[in-house]
Write a protein that binds this ligand. Structure first.
Ligand code: ATP
Length: 254
């Protein structure tokens, strides 16, 4: 469904990504992993067409996304950035804007309103629906930004560190919603995550970026101490508990 071929990107002469390859299918939850500055956000921005790669091609269902109109792209790819500005909109209005690519005129349809209502419900945002965004906490705002991208109903949902402002309960809740969405609505979810253990818990596919390239890509079989130690430059153990894998950093006793 998504195929990234030979993608390279540089900021002027500073090369960030080199010959990146990725194939992913609808219904998958893919985690993009790697050190700070490895190029994870840059990779998502290339797929979202915010940045234009110097070479390579990004195909969705066999079509090159560089040829899509902005509106058609918004129906296919949703993007939740790492940082976002707050505006003087209510939570309801902000999520409704996510439906804009689907409007036939300037008035939202009954279906648009129903989607917004169900997304507000799903994210537990009903009590905040008519609050202004600049009155929200960091975590509440983060949920709204994700909810808006979900209301957009894209085929591919890109999220850049979607849980970094959230408490543990909300981290699990948001990742559970995204996981359910990927399975039930056959959406391809691609998320940059820093919490390896939550990434392992929720993802079907992992992409480790190191030295500008894909260092390893695959399922649970690539969650090994060798690969993780190599990518992050820290010694780790990988343990199994309750049928789940856990990455444990080996920290010298202080
Ligand atoms: N607008 C820009 N101009 C020049 N260099 C940039 C720009 N944005 C990012 N970079 C550089 O590109 C590299 C990759 O940045 P990117 O944000 O993609 O990394 P990341 O893996 O998402 O990092 P983090 O985990 O810290 O968010 C970094 O070295 C960064 O300094």
């Amino acid at each position: 469904m998504l195929e990234v071929k030979n993608l390279s990107f540089a900021f002027k002469d500073f090369e960030v990504l080199k010959e990146i390859e990725l194939k992913a299918q609808k219904g998958q939850f893919v985690s993009i992993l790697g050190n700070n500055g490895a190029g994870k956000s840059t990779f998502l921005k290339c797929i979202a067409r915010i940045l234009k790669p110097q070479s390579g091609v990004i195909m969705v269902d066999g079509k090159d996304i560089s040829r899509f109109s902005s509106n058609d792209l918004a129906k296919v790819v949703g993007y939740v950035p790492q940082r976002y500005a707050s505006t003087r909109l209510t939570v309801f209005e902000s999520i409704l804007i996510g439906r804009k690519p689907h409007f036939s005129g300037i008035i939202p349809s009954k279906e648009d309103l129903q989607v917004v209502e169900s997304v507000i419900e799903k994210f537990g945002l009903k009590p905040l629906a008519f609050k202004y965004l600049d009155e929200l906490s960091g975590g509440e705002m983060q949920k709204v930004v994700i909810a808006r991208a979900v209301a957009q109903q894209p085929k591919i949902l890109l999220l850049d560190e979607p849980i970094n402002n959230l408490d543990l309960k909300n981290q699990v809740e948001v990742l559970s919603i995204l996981k359910k969405l990927s399975k039930e609505n056959s959406i391809l979810v691609i998320s940059v995550l820093h919490d390896l253990n939550l990434a392992i818990r929720f993802s079907d596919h992992f992409v480790f970026i190191k030295d500008k390239s894909v260092f390893a890509s695959g399922g649970r079989e690539i969650i090994t101490p060798e690969i993780i130690s190599n990518v992050y430059g820290i010694e780790v153990k990988v343990e199994t508990s309750h049928d789940q894998l856990f990455v444990v950093p080996i920290v010298p006793t202080i």
